[in-house]
Design a binder for this molecule. Structure first.
Ligand SMILES: O=C(Cc1cc(C2CC2)c(-n2cc(CNC(=O)c3cnc4ccccc4n3)nn2)c(C2CC2)c1)NC1(C(=O)O)CCCCC1
Length: 156
């Protein structure tokens, strides 16, 4: 019994800049505010790498083991799976993609649209709606933070 959804965020920064931040599997804390620390326990940040994430959430902080399933520098698509940790997000898989917004001619002055979709098991004792809103709330924060971080860099 799984649930999931897709979230969209418009960013006023060029796609290559947004991708340069998003693609760093070893440094999610560059924009994810709930992430306290991240260390690679396998790989060098490329496909197949595994990271150990510590998050700031209640007591004790939760940990998460995550694998980079796909990282495509041509199509700007990144896929990550949660493969362990002391939390209830079982079989969590996400796919995040970047798209240039604006007309084909000019890229509308360098704007980007991020689309992030996920699926996750609904924990026993929780409903689909609760689970979806739990994940949506955190992902929404992450995408707004990615916009803030990259727009700041783009408009220095
Ligand atoms: O951003 C983050 C960092 C991140 C990662 C984690 C878990 C270690 C994996 C957590 N967390 C989760 C928990 C323990 N509660 C659950 O497990 C959990 C699961 N079902 C639920 C369903 C309904 C209600 C409550 C639920 N409660 N304690 N901490 C946080 C919380 C906000 C502080 C943030 N994670 C995502 C990312 O994009 O990286 C986006 C969100 C989805 C996972 C991937």
């Amino acid at each position: 019994n799984q649930c999931g959804s897709s979230l969209v965020q418009a960013i006023d920064a060029p796609l290559p800049l947004v991708w340069s931040i998003l693609r760093r599997f070893d440094n999610p804390q560059a924009y994810k505010q709930f992430v306290r620390s991240c260390t690679l326990s396998a790989g060098d940040g490329g496909i197949g790498s595994v990271r150990q994430v510590m998050v700031v959430s209640g007591l004790p902080a939760a940990t998460s083991m995550e694998r980079l399933d796909r990282l495509d520098d041509d199509t700007h698509v990144m896929m990550v799976s949660i493969i362990g940790g002391d939390h209830k997000l079982v079989n969590y898989r996400s796919i995040t993609s970047l798209h240039e917004s604006g007309s084909e001619e000019g890229n509308d002055g360098g704007k980007t649209v991020v689309v992030e979709s996920y699926v996750v098991d609904v924990p026993a004792g929780n409903s689909k709606e609760e689970t979806r809103s739990f994940a949506d709330m955190i992902i929404g924060c992450n995408l707004r933070s990615l916009a803030r971080v990259t727009e700041k860099l783009a408009h220095v």
